[in-house]
Ligand binder design. Structure first.
Ligand SMILES: Nc1nc2c(ncn2[C@@H]2O[C@H](COP(=O)(O)OP(=O)(O)OP(=O)(O)O)[C@@H](O)[C@H]2O)c(=O)[nH]1
Length: 305
């Protein structure tokens, strides 16, 4: 059995390189959704590609500009941070145009990001003859040598005809770490981040004790705020959450011997939350008893049901 993989990728390339069309082709029927994210998140999600064994989250990066101002430089820093945080970068180099200064500038900047795997994509490959495509692929290879980047793969695709779109998807998925889906049901929901975070904690709390605590756990996020006084490039989000159970005995199950299970729940969910929010997280979990909450309409409302 292959392990489930989940993670983030972004497409970069000069304007008109075919990034949006490719995103839509990968996402399929579902239109790429632009969801606005709270300030704590730097990643704007463009689309979600879910298969039987992977979830690939395509995120946007702000455009890279030749910096003329301090603000321009700061924006470029932000782009580079995103590049360093995603699991894979797809570099779009349209086949219908020769590699130009715009492409050179972007790839030159990518050369500074050492660790993230990069896949070079010859987009719009349906627009040129096979000979011209070969020439373009060779130029993409030469560009890597010239500018000091390493392509994991060089793939011609056509988002319009669908040529190699699935192959590209598989190549990107192969770069993702093992992990559970970060978004529920394979659909990008516009649920508030709190709901997703609460769901992650609930899943972690139920891990291994599902039989003992079937539906008795609810998680409520009390607070999710960016810590003040942090340097801009090292943000930290405080997440304070309550895990509600119905009975005192269930509290013991969740907390475990000397708090061991609760610590496990914390570390299991924290890494997933950090990936959803895109920032390091300080997670503060408390277990509380809300007696018979499932039968009490007032409590149910409070717990968000
Ligand atoms: N023939 C063909 N045309 C394509 C393909 N992919 C994109 N195009 C066309 O190329 C143009 C630009 O595509 P976009 O997907 O908007 O490019 P983009 O990189 O997102 O552009 P920006 O948003 O400006 O950065 C559009 O007119 C697309 O229809 C393709 O695979 N084949």
């Amino acid at each position: 059995m292959t392990a489930f993989r989940s993670g983030f990728a972004c497409f970069v390339g000069r304007p008109n390189a075919g990034k949006s069309t490719l995103t839509n082709a990968l996402v399929g029927e579902k239109v790429a959704i632009t969801s606005s994210r709270p300030q704590t998140t730097r990643h704007v999600i463009r689309g979600l590609v879910t298969t039987a064994d992977a979830q690939l989250i395509l995120v946007d990066t702000p455009g890279l500009h030749r910096p003329r101002t301090l603000l321009g430089e700061r924006l470029n820093d932000l782009v580079r941070t995103t590049w360093a945080e995603v699991d894979a970068i797809g570099v779009c180099l349209p086949a219908d145009q020769r590699i130009g200064p715009g492409d050179r500038y972007i790839v030159g900047q990518l050369a500074k990001v050492r660790r993230t795997p990069m896949v070079a994509i010859a987009t719009k490959s349906d627009t040129v003859s096979p000979d011209r495509l070969l020439e373009h692929l060779a130029a993409i290879g030469a560009l890597a040598d010239e500018l000091g980047v390493t392509w994991r793969h060089v793939v011609p695709v056509s988002a319009v005809s669908g040529y190699q779109v699935e192959h590209l998807r598989d190549l990107l998925v192969a770069e993702l770490p093992e992990g559970m889906p970060l978004y529920p049901e394979g659909q990008l929901t516009d649920e508030p981040e709190e709901t997703l975070v609460a769901e992650v904690i609930r899943e972690a709390a139920l891990e291994g004790v599902r039989d003992e605590l079937p539906h008795s756990i609810a998680v409520v996020i009390e607070e999710m705020v960016a810590r003040e006084d942090r340097p801009e490039d090292r943000p930290l989000v405080d997440v304070r959450a309550n895990i509600f159970v119905e009975r005192e005995s269930q509290k013991g199950i969740v907390i475990g011997r000397k708090g061991a299970r609760l610590r496990q729940i914390g570390s299991d969910s924290r890494s997933q939350i950090e990936r959803i929010l895109g920032t390091p997280v300080y997670l503060d979990l408390h277990v509380k008893v809300a007696k018979d909450w499932q039968r009490d309409p007032k409590q149910l409302r409070r717990l968000g049901f």
